[in-house]
Design a protein around this ligand. Structure first.
Ligand SMILES: [Zn+2]
Length: 230
C-alpha cells in the first residue's frame, strides 16, 4: 500500500503524488481523477509540476512496449518507452495503467520510463546505461511508481516461462509475475543503489489508480512527469 502522506491535492481537487523531495528534482504522478478528462489533466501538468517558466514544454514518447530510450530532442515519432533530458525546460511525461513508471535522476539527467513486461524482458533497464552514456547510476535516485503487483499480475503459462523462476509465482494453478523485483534486480546490476519503491499495486488500490487489467480497453492513465534541474 502506498504511503498516503505522499498524495497531494492541486487546484480543482487534482490528486497527485509528489516525488520532488525523494528525487531532488520536480517529479510526480497524477493519479486517479475521474472528475476531469485526461486531456485537461495533461494541460495542467506544467502547473502541477510547479514549473513557473513559460518556456517549459512537454515531451512525450509514443509508447509501444519497446526497449528504446530516447533524448527529448530526438525524433519522437519513432516509438520509445523511456525519455531523458538535462534541460530544465523539458518536462518529460509518460502514461501508464498497470505498467510501472520508473523515475531516475542523477543530479544532471532526468528520465522517466514505461516498464511493461515486454520492455523489461527486452532489456530496457540495461538500456539506461547504454543510451544515456554519462548517466551516474551509483549516485542516482530512483523511484518505482505504481504498477500491477505480483499479487495481481496473472499471466499465461507461456508468458510465465519467459521469466526466470525467481520472478514467477505459482499459486492455485495460476502463474503470477513479480515485475518490480525483476526491475530492482536489473537496476542493481546497472549500479543503482538508491531505489525507492512506492509499494503500490494499481489493481489492488482502485480508489487511487487506473488499471488496464481491472478496467479494460477504455482505461484511463496515470500521468508521470519529471524535469531536470530543480
Ligand atoms: Zn495487487
Amino acid at each position: 500500500m502506498i504511503d498516503r502522506l505522499l498524495i497531494k491535492t492541486f487546484k480543482d481537487n487534482i490528486r497527485w503524488i509528489d516525488l520532488t523531495d525523494i528525487l531532488g528534482t520536480p517529479a510526480g504522478i497524477i493519479i486517479r481523477n475521474d472528475h476531469l478528462l485526461e486531456n485537461d489533466l495533461q494541460k495542467k501538468i506544467v502547473d502541477i509540476s510547479n514549473s513557473q517558466s513559460s518556456t517549459i514544454k512537454i515531451y512525450r514518447p509514443i509508447q509501444k512496449h519497446t526497449n528504446r530510450i530516447v533524448a527529448s530532442t530526438e525524433n519522437l515519432d519513432i516509438p520509445a518507452d523511456g525519455i531523458y533530458s538535462q534541460s530544465p525546460n523539458h518536462l518529460l511525461v509518460i502514461r501508464t495503467a498497470d505498467c510501472i513508471p520508473l523515475f531516475i535522476y542523477d543530479g544532471r539527467t532526468a528520465a522517466v520510463l514505461h516498464l511493461g513486461w515486454r520492455g523489461i524482458i527486452g532489456g530496457i533497464v540495461a538500456n539506461i546505461k547504454r543510451t544515456i552514456s554519462q548517466f551516474n547510476c551509483a549516485d542516482a535516485k530512483a523511484v518505482i511508481g505504481p504498477g500491477i503487483g505480483r499479487c495481481c499480475f496473472e499471466v499465461s503459462p507461456e508468458v510465465a516461462l519467459i521469466f526466470d523462476s525467481e520472478y514467477r509465482i505459482f499459486n492455485d494453478r495460476k502463474y503470477y509475475i513479480d515485475l518490480e523485483t525483476m526491475v530492482i534486480d536489473e537496476m542493481k546490476k546497472q549500479g543503482f543503489r538508491q531505489i525507492h519503491s512506492l509499494n503500490a499495486c494499481t489493481f489492488c488500490e482502485s480508489d487511487l489508480f487506473y488499471s488496464y487489467r481491472r478496467e479494460g480497453e477504455d482505461v484511463r492513465h496515470l500521468l508521470s512527469f519529471i524535469r531536470a534541474g530543480g
